[in-house]
Design a protein around this ligand. Structure first.
Ligand SMILES: Nc1ncnc2c1ncn2[C@@H]1O[C@H](COP(=O)(O)OP(=O)(O)OP(=O)(O)O)[C@@H](O)[C@H]1O
Ligand SMILES: [Mg+2]
Length: 83
């Protein structure tokens, strides 16, 4: 069962910056390493998972709930320690 799902997620900040057509899922109970060089889009993706930011395209779900429309619920159960 997937606990986090991103499907075809895009956030275009312009000037080739942002995240483009990102798709991945994290299964329940799995430790997932999310690695990439500076500016790759890790923080942007996590901000979408938390419901802080709204994807321009695609969908983001946590525990089968849309992260944007259920942001308050997700932020009650999910911790995020920004850099
Ligand atoms: N609010 C914003 N407005 C405009 N551009 C942004 C914004 N947030 C991030 N970006 C740009 O989007 C790209 C991805 O940034 P992001 O912070 O998600 O990368 P990152 O993988 O977390 O990098 P780092 O390893 O440095 O933390 C970068 O080019 C960044 O400059
Ligand atoms: Mg970051």
């Amino acid at each position: 069962m997937s606990i986090i799902t991103l499907k075809n997620v895009t956030k275009d900040y312009g000037h080739d910056r942002g995240i483009f057509d990102i798709t991945f899922e994290v299964k329940k109970g799995v430790t997932y390493g999310f690695l990439g060089p500076n500016g790759a889009g890790k923080t942007t993706a996590i901000r979408h998972i938390m419901g802080f930011s709204h994807a321009q395209q695609g969908c983001v779900k946590v525990n089968h709930l849309d992260s944007w429309t259920n942001a308050a619920t997700i932020q009650e159960i999910l911790g995020y320690l920004p850099g």
